[in-house]
Structures are given as structure tokens and as C-alpha cells.
Design a binder for this molecule. Structure first.
Ligand SMILES: Nc1ncnc2c1ncn2[C@@H]1O[C@H](COP(=O)(O)OP(=O)(O)OP(=O)(O)O)[C@@H](O)[C@H]1O
Ligand SMILES: [Mg+2]
Length: 372
């Protein structure tokens, strides 16, 4: 993922962060009757707004949209919040905190292009499946050094809070990013890393060697394409699904400058290497190599021109809509992790010993039936 560039012409993020005054005015004039308005369950919508018509014992008669009157058990009828809470930034502020109220608030904010909402200490993110200009440098600046209640909900506000707490309390901080497949965990994690890389960037001029290798901030941000190439794959639910868990630790120096990062990975889905469902794919790296975008790589791996020659990786889809495997291969740092002749340059395998006494790796390779 490229580092956000300082660009004075970054698009204005405010329509994607704040409710407009006009919208606020419309929201305040919503019809509301504290005694009659209610949420009732609906098969299609989850919950719909109804109007209480009467109560008989345990049953409440409610006028539902469409003009029909229906009876519901008392415990299924939920109270509605006054209009001043419409599209509220923190759902902990709601007078009535029930499933219907939470879903309504998240949905209305989402329709208004507001993808982040707080629920107490949590920040709920909804996947927009669209690039909103809320991760630009201009937007990051809006959050730097601000308190949570001074700025609208955002993953940057959470990140900045953690950064400031680390500096003031001298304590490690952690963020848990969780959700179902396709929810946006990986995308948000990348934004958090990029934010830390920006706020913790060194102000020193990079040395010549650094310029060649990229600054530390660049290196930290650039670990992602490599990780994703080897550990992400197309699934039915997500074209870039992470098939492993990860714990990312970012280190800072005493003044808050970035000092390094390490990543621990867990539970890679191994079955995908040899079998895929018809709408899925194995790990991106195979298809990236097969794209031929880096000359010499296919030859080095003794690969043919036709991916169908390789049954283990060609049982499902072979391409992903709107993804150019060749372009992705150039983002995956192939020179560092695939093309080197020196094993010590392969960080993944060279973290410990690279030879075993009395074992000839060449001989072992011939014994392992690689061609078969
Ligand atoms: N904030 C966002 N802005 C724009 N697009 C997004 C955002 N979040 C998610 N997406 C889109 O949704 C896709 C799926 O998101 P992501 O890969 O982050 O899901 P995930 O939670 O990591 O899923 P999995 O558990 O399968 O790894 C992304 O490839 C991207 O296209
Ligand atoms: Mg993911």
C-alpha cells in the first residue's frame, strides 16, 4: 500500500466524517411520539418503525409501515430514541440502547457515508466497498493530537489515542481488530499501520543506504503486500481474504519515533494449497508468479506457461475481477523474498540456522521427489 502523500489537493474528507447541517435539520423534524413510536421485528428489514395502537395483557398492537396492524409480544417491542440522537457519533449516548436502535443508527450513518461510529470504547467500521477520501494525509492531520471527543469517529482517532497514551503513560497499548470475513479488518489494520508510520516518522534525513532500501516507515508499510501474497486468497466472501491470523507489534523509541515492527502469524489455512472450491483461489503468489510480470521468475521456478498444468492451484478461479496479478507481483517485494541467490536475504527462512550439520540439502532435495 503506498504511503499517503502530502497533497494539498487531497479531497475534502468532511462530508464523509460529519453530518451536514441540512441533514441535521431534516433529522430533527422527524415525526416522533415518545409514547407511541416503537421498533418491531420485521423478517426482511430486521426492525421497522411502528406506532403503538393499544395494549392487551402481554400483547401490543402496532401499526406497521404499509398500514397493517400487527400484534407483538411486549418484550419484542422496543423504544425509539428521540430525533436528537439520529446519527449519533457514540451509541453509548443513546437513551434507549437496544438492537433496533443500534442497527438503525449504524444504517443511517452508513447511508450518509459515515462508516465509523463509536459504541463506548469500540469503534464500529462498516465496509463501504468504495474508496472514500478518509485516509489521506489531509484527513490524518485532522486527527493528530486531538482528543476523541473533539473529532468525528475514525480509526485514526483510536490510533492517535493509543499513540498519545503510550507516550504519556509509558505503557504498551493494544488494539483488537475483529469482525466477519470481508468486514474490513485487513484494510483498517493497514490504515492503522500507515498512521503510526506517519506520526512516528523520523525527521532525520535518510542516509544513502536508507534511500536505497526505503525508510523504516516505508519498510513497515511494505511488509503487507508480501504477507498478503503468501497468506491471502480469493474466497466466496472476500477477493482478498486473509487465511491466517496475525499479531503485529510496532515498536517506538522514547520520543515516539518508529523503531521497528514484528509480526507473528497464526494458523495459516493449509488445505487451500492443494484444493480450492470452484469460486475460490489458492494463495495470490502462485498466480502472481504465473503472470510473468517479473521476467526470469517463472524460469527460476521451472514453471510452464499454462497454469492448468498445475492441478493443485487451478481447481477454482484463476483470476480475480479488477485485480492485475502482474501488477500485484511488482508490489510483492520479489527481489527481496523470491529472487535472491543468498539464503540469508530470505528473511522468512533465515531467522534461525540455515544449515544442519551432516545434512546435504542438495542430496535431500533429490530424494524428495520434487518433480513428482
Ligand atoms: N474502509 C474501506 N474502504 C474501502 N474499501 C474497503 C474498506 N474496508 C474494506 N474494503 C473492501 O472490502 C474488501 C474486504 O476487506 P478486508 O480484506 O479488509 O476484510 P477482512 O475483514 O480482512 O476479511 P477476511 O477475514 O476475509 O480477511 C477489501 O478488499 C476492500 O475492497
Ligand atoms: Mg483480512
Amino acid at each position: 500500500m503506498p504511503k499517503p502523500q502530502a497533497n494539498p489537493e487531497d479531497e475534502d474528507p468532511t462530508p464523509y466524517l460529519f453530518v451536514s447541517l441540512e441533514q441535521k435539520r431534516i433529522d430533527q423534524t422527524k415525526p416522533y411520539d415518545a409514547k407511541k413510536s416503537c421498533w418491531v421485528p420485521d423478517e426482511k428489514e430486521g426492525f421497522v418503525l411502528g406506532e403503538i395502537r393499544g395494549t392487551k395483557g402481554d400483547l401490543v398492537t402496532v401499526l406497521v409501515p404499509g398500514g397493517e396492524e400487527k400484534s407483538f409480544k411486549k418484550e419484542l417491542v422496543n423504544q425509539v430514541n428521540p430525533p436528537k440522537y439520529e446519527k449519533v457519533e457514540d451509541m453509548a449516548d443513546l437513551t434507549y440502547l437496544n438492537d433496533a436502535a443500534v442497527l438503525h443508527n449504524l444504517k443511517q450513518r452508513y447511508y450518509a457515508k459515515l462508516i465509523y461510529t463509536y459504541s463506548g470504547l469500540f469503534c464500529v467500521a462498516i465496509n463501504p466497498y468504495k474508496r472514500f477520501p478518509v485516509y489521506t494525509n489531509r484527513c490524518a492531520k485532522l486527527y493528530r493530537g486531538k482528543r476523541r471527543n473533539e473529532v468525528p469517529p475514525h480509526i485514526f482517532a483510536i490510533s492517535d489515542g493509543a499513540y498519545v497514551n503510550m507516550l504519556t503513560n509509558h505503557e504498551n497499548q493494544s488494539m483488537l481488530i475483529t469482525g466477519e470475513s470481508g468486514a474490513g479488518k485487513t484494510e483498517n489494520t493497514k490504515k492503522v499501520i500507515a498512521y503510526f508510520a506517519t506520526v512516528g516518522a523520523s525527521t532525520k534525513k535518510p542516509s544513502e543506504e536508507q534511500q536505497k532500501k526505503g525508510t523504516l516507515e516505508d519498510q513497515v508499510v511494505q511488509t503487507n503486500p508480501v504477507l498478503e501474497a503468501f497468506g491471502n486468497a480469493k474466497t466466496v466472501r472476500n477477493d482478498n481474504s486473509s487465511r491466517f491470523g496475525k499479531f503485529i507489534r510496532i515498536h517506538f523509541g522514547p520520543t515516539g519515533k518508529l523503531a521497528g515492527a514484528d509480526i507473528e502469524t497464526y494458523l495459516l489455512e493449509k488445505a487451500r494449497v492443494i484444493s480450492q472450491q470452484s469460486l475460490e483461489r489458492s494463495y495470490h503468489i502462485f498466480y502472481q508468479i504465473m503472470s510473468g510480470a517479473v521476467s526470469g521468475l517463472k524460469g527460476m521456478c521451472c514453471l510452464s506457461e499454462d497454469i492448468k498444468d498445475y492441478y493443485y492451484v487451478s481447481q477454482g478461479k484463476l483470476t480475480i475481477p479488477n485485480v492485475d496479478d502482474g501488477e500485484e507481483l511488482t508490489l510483492t517485494d520479489v527481489t527481496q523474498c523470491l529472487l535472491s541467490n543468498n539464503i540469508n536475504e530470505y528473511n522468512f527462512v533465515a531467522q534461525g540456522k540455515t544449515t544442519i550439520p551432516n545434512v546435504d540439502d542438495g542430496e535431500e532435495c533429490r530424494l524428495t521427489d520434487v518433480s513428482g
